[in-house]
Design a protein around this ligand. Sequence first.
Ligand code: SF4
Length: 383
Amino acid sequence: MGERSDAPTYSLTGEDGGADQYYTDVAVFTDEVLEKLHEDQSISKFSQYIALRKLEVWDHNIYALELLMIGVLWNVYSSRATAGSVYMGKLLSSLYALRSRSQEARRVVDRLKGIAGTSVLARRRHVDERIQLHSFAKLLGWLRASGEFEQESRRLKVWLDFLRGLPEKESEGILQRAVRKAVWFERRSLECLGRYTSNVDTYIENNRQRLRWQENRIFCSRNRVEYHLNMVGAEIMNQVFYDGFHAAPGKIVFLPICMRNKTAGKCQAVQEGPGYVCRRCSKTCRVQEVTALAEVYSCKVLMIPHASTAFGQERIRVGEVGIIGVACVLNLISGGYKAREMGYLPQCVLLHYSGCVLHWHREGIETSIDMERLERSLREGQT
Ligand code: SF4
């Protein structure tokens, strides 16, 4: 299989159908990004704040990613965030908690989400505003109200609290430097990773009308720079959680449902907890292939219908289970945070391209991954 030209937004594969070049490019670029971000003293100051407040300690490189995320999300969403009503945002964010109550509640809330995403949350101010503490707080409100950035906004709230404790001049200096770094990142990431995301703008343009009033409008319209941020974010998280993942006694592979090659009615997988276990009804199905491979390493595979429900409701004790999450690019950072929040130690393998019927493609494209990369994670996880 060669390069996938019909992939809706991104594709990691080259002409040989492999993603080796992508993984080399993203590793080199991530080193450059981290070097650039660590020039900023605010990361070590933030880490002192975490220690002082006895909050859960993560890693300097995750804090660096978060600083960059502040700037990137500001550059993409500030014109919408500063135009919206704070009260409407609060109302919307509180609605999302109702989604887990029942299928019907989910349908109603998703309908409202679609309406809000095309109306109140889509309004823009056409005046450039410099980032300040109060406008950063508004950005977080908008991110929460969008229903798409639950994990990111939770992490960035810790930054907001940290910044509120600093003299105003200092906190605004940090925010403005984050925005400048994001401007650099947008330009540089296009040079280093742009070849993998060349269909994003066309996809957004061609689907603008179709996505109006749809629950996934904001998700499917995310900017190219957000794809690049997720690519770098996944690389950072894989490095940070590597040791913990390998030390964990239990391992699970989570696969998205778009990897199976039959429709829901014909697939024989059986439900187990938050996911489905493959019954291997098709020799050509990629889920079957992964399940057979994981079995060699005594590792369980669960197929997950939607990223938001991947980990169920129960937290587990940190250190007990490592997961390999297979996901499309836009779910990488939020998926990594969510996994860690629920107690899992994540490693991720990227889908070669996006293609699920839920979000990206009318009929759905069967998606694939780098099997060698997956096997390496499984093998190393044994030692
Ligand atoms: S092989 Fe597994 S995932 Fe694929 S269609 Fe059959 S039961 Fe479903």
